[in-house]
Design a protein around this ligand. Structure first.
Ligand code: HEM
Length: 578
C-alpha cells in the first residue's frame, strides 16, 4: 500500500489574488454570443468588453498552450483566406512570385515593385468583421497583412534619409491594426506569423507531433527559398520538441506541491527527462547550420524582417493609417511607447518564442540579477508599461501585472540592453494568451529552487538533476551562439556570392562588392556588425557586435549562476546572493 501523502511544509509561494484581478475573473473566452458563434476570439481592448480569460489553471486551454503541441496551434493553420479577402491573398502571391528570384526585390528599383506598391495604395479597405468568427482566420489575416506590410516597406529604393515616417497605406494598416488588437499582437511581422501560424504538418489534418507528424511546409515566404522555409520549419520543430518539456514542467509542478519523499524521487526523474528534452531542442536548433544557407539567410531573408525601429533613434518610422490616429489609439490602449509613432516595433526573432522563456522561469534562471552590482548596469533608457489585459485600465491594478518595458532596439549601439529588458520587450510580440501564460508563471513562481536547495544535502540526486537541466539549457545557449555566429557574425564580413548578388539585383549596378552599399540597401541590421572586427574564434568585436555577443553570453552565464551545486563546487544559494 502506498504511504499516505500530504503537502510539503516548503512554501509554495502561492499568491492570493485580490478581487477584481484579471486572473480571478470567471472564464469568458469560450462564451458564445450571436456575434461570436465560435466564442469570443480575443481578450483585447475592443473585443473582450471588460472580460478576460480564466487563466487560473496551468492546464487551461485559455493560455492556448496545448498539451500535445505546446505553443503551436493544434488546429490546422489556414493557408488561404476565403474569397472575401482574395485581394490580400492575391497581393501576397504577386509579391512573392512562384519561385526563387521571381518575387519583389529588396530595395526595389524596378518598375515592378513600384507598380505593386501602387496597387496596394489603391486597394480598397476590406472589412474584418467576418474574420472574427474564427481564430485561425484571424491568424492567417495577421500573417498575410504583416507580410504585405514588410513587402511594402522594404521594396522602396535605398532611402535618402527621410525626415518623415513612411506612410503605410490604409488598405493594409487599417485591417492590420484591427486584427492585431483582436489577437493581442503588435501590427508588425512577428515570430507567431513566421512560425506558429505559418506551417502545415506532414498530415495537416492532424495536430503536429514528433516524430510522426512534424511541421513540414511553410505557408508564406518572402523569397521562396528552401533556406527561408527551413528557418521557419526548424523553429516550429523546436516548438514541438518543447511541448514535451512543457508537459514535464507541469508534472513537476504537481510533485512540487506535495514535495514528499515519493514526489522528490519523481521530480528527480522529470528533471533528468527535461534535460534530455532541452538537449533535443538544442539539437534541432543546431540543425539549422546544415539546412539553411547562411549567406541566403543573412543577405536575402533577414533584411525583410527589419522593423520600424531597425535603425534605432534614426529610424524613419512607419506611419499607420491615413492619419496616425489609429496607431496612437493602438499605442494608448497598449500603454506602450506613447509618442513613438511607428518606431515602436522590431521585426521577428526566435527570441519572441515563449518556449525558452518558460523554461527559464520554471528553472528560476534570473536574468535581472545583472542589474545588481554583479552585472553591468543598463544605460538610461526610456521605459513604459505594458499590460496584459484591457481590464486593468485604472491605476489600481496589481503591480505584479505591470511589466516595465524597454523600447530601445537591440540594434541601437548606444544602449546595452540587459536580457531582462530583452525578454520583457519580447513579451509584447507574443500572442496575448502566451504572454499571459508567461506572466502567470512568473507571478506565481514555482517553489522548485527552494525545494531543491532545502533538500540538497539529503537528496543530492535531486540537486544534480536540477543542475543537469540547467546544464542542458546552458548547452542550448552555447549552441545557439554558434548558430548566431554562423548566420550573422561570419556573414557580416563575407562578400555574398555572385548568385546572391544577382538575386539582390546588385550585379546590375555594382561591379565590386561594397559593404556600405549593402547597408544603404537595407541589407544589414546593424552597421556596427559590418564595421566590427572579428576575432579568430569568429566572435564579433566592435560596438554593435560586442553588445550582441555580450548579451548572449550574459544569458548563458545567468543560466550557470542558477545552479545549486556545480559552478562553485559547493552549494550556494542564489536567494542569499552567496
Ligand atoms: C538562424 C537561426 C537563428 C539566428 C540567426 C538567431 C539570432 C538571434 C539573435 C541575433 C538574438 C539576439 C536578440 C535579437 O536580436 O533578436 C537571438 C536571441 C535569442 N534566440 Fe535566436 N537565433 C536563431 C535561432 C533561434 C532558435 C531556433 C531559437 C529557439 C528555439 C532561438 C532562441 C533565442 C532566444 C531564447 C533568444 C534570447 C536570448 C537567450 O535567451 O539566450 N533562436 N537569436
Amino acid at each position: 500500500m502506498l504511504p499516505q501523502r500530504s503537502p510539503s511544509p516548503i512554501p509554495t509561494h502561492r499568491i492570493s489574488l485580490p478581487p477584481g484581478h484579471f486572473l480571478s475573473l470567471p472564464p469568458s473566452y469560450a462564451d458564445q454570443t450571436p456575434s461570436y458563434p465560435s466564442g469570443i476570439p480575443s481578450t483585447s481592448a475592443h473585443t473582450s468588453q471588460g472580460l478576460a480569460p480564466n487563466v487560473a489553471s496551468l492546464a487551461s486551454a485559455d493560455f492556448e498552450v496545448d498539451v500535445r503541441t505546446g505553443f503551436l496551434p493544434a488546429e490546422r493553420n489556414v493557408d488561404r483566406l476565403p474569397v472575401e479577402w482574395d485581394l490580400w491573398e492575391e497581393a501576397l502571391r504577386a509579391a512573392r512570385g512562384e519561385d526563387v528570384g521571381d518575387g519583389l526585390r529588396l530595395g526595389g528599383g524596378r518598375e515592378r515593385e513600384a507598380l505593386w506598391r501602387k496597387g496596394i495604395e489603391s486597394m480598397p479597405i476590406l472589412s474584418t468583421t467576418n474574420l472574427r468568427i474564427s481564430l485561425p482566420l484571424l491568424r492567417r489575416a495577421h500573417v498575410v497583412l504583416a507580410f504585405l506590410l514588410h513587402f511594402y516597406v522594404h521594396t522602396f529604393p535605398s532611402p535618402t534619409p527621410r525626415q518623415t515616417p513612411l506612410p503605410i497605406p490604409a488598405s493594409i494598416s487599417n485591417p492590420l491594426l484591427t486584427v492585431s488588437s483582436l489577437l493581442g499582437l503588435p501590427p508588425i511581422l512577428t515570430y507567431a506569423d513566421t512560425v506558429l501560424y505559418n506551417f502545415h504538418s506532414l498530415d495537416p489534418s492532424l495536430p503536429p507531433a514528433l516524430p510522426s507528424n512534424p511541421p513540414k511546409t511553410a505557408l508564406a515566404s518572402f523569397t521562396n527559398t528552401r533556406s527561408e522555409e527551413q528557418f521557419y520549419i526548424i523553429s516550429a520543430l523546436c516548438e514541438i520538441a518543447g511541448a514535451e518539456a512543457l508537459r514535464l514542467m507541469r508534472q513537476s509542478l504537481d510533485e512540487l506541491f506535495l514535495a514528499d519523499e515519493l514526489a522528490l524521487r519523481r521530480l528527480t526523474v522529470y528533471l533528468r527527462k527535461l534535460a534530455r528534452q532541452i538537449d533535443r531542442i538544442a539539437d534541432v536548433t543546431s540543425s539549422m547550420i546544415g539546412e539553411i544557407v547562411p549567406e541566403e539567410f543573412y543577405h536575402l531573408i533577414r533584411p525583410w524582417f527589419r522593423g520600424g525601429d531597425a535603425d534605432g533613434p534614426d529610424s524613419q518610422g512607419w506611419l499607420f493609417g491615413s492619419s496616425d490616429q489609429d496607431l496612437i489609439t493602438w499605442e494608448a490602449e497598449n500603454k506602450a511607447g506613447r509618442g513613438k509613432k511607428g518606431k515602436l516595433f522590431s521585426g521577428p526573432s526566435a527570441g519572441q518564442s515563449s518556449l525558452i522563456h518558460a523554461i527559464d522561469i520554471f528553472l528560476t534562471v534570473d536574468h535581472r540579477q545583472r542589474s545588481s552590482p554583479r552585472g553591468p548596469q543598463p544605460d538610461v533608457q526610456h521605459t513604459d508599461e505594458i499590460s496584459t489585459s484591457s481590464t486593468e485600465t485604472n491605476g489600481d491594478s496589481p503591480a505584479a501585472m505591470r511589466i516595465t518595458l524597454d523600447h530601445t532596439p537591440i540594434s541601437d549601439a548606444k544602449s546595452q540592453p540587459t536580457e531582462a529588458t530583452f525578454v520583457e520587450r519580447m513579451l509584447q510580440y507574443m500572442p496575448l494568451q502566451h504572454r499571459t501564460f508567461l506572466l502567470h508563471l512568473s507571478t506565481n513562481p514555482t517553489p522548485l529552487r527552494s525545494v531543491v536547495v532545502a533538500h540538497a544535502e539529503s537528496h543530492p540526486q535531486l540537486a544534480d538533476a536540477y543542475d543537469t537541466a540547467l546544464e542542458a539549457l546552458k548547452g542550448f545557449r552555447e549552441r545557439h551562439m554558434r548558430v548566431v555566429s554562423v548566420f550573422i557574425v561570419q556573414q557580416a564580413r563575407r562578400t555574398p556570392s555572385e548568385r546572391v548578388r544577382r538575386l539582390l539585383g546588385q550585379m546590375d549596378s555594382i561591379s565590386e562588392y561594397d559593404p556600405s552599399s549593402v547597408i544603404d540597401n537595407k541589407l544589414n541590421v546593424s552597421q556596427e556588425l559590418v564595421r566590427g572586427e572579428i576575432k579568430e574564434d569568429g566572435e564579433l568585436r566592435g560596438t554593435g557586435g560586442t553588445a550582441l555577443f555580450k548579451f548572449l553570453k550574459m544569458c548563458r552565464d545567468d543560466t550557470t549562476r542558477a545552479m545549486v551545486s556545480r559552478s562553485a563546487g559547493k552549494l550556494y544559494d542564489l536567494e542569499k546572493g552567496e
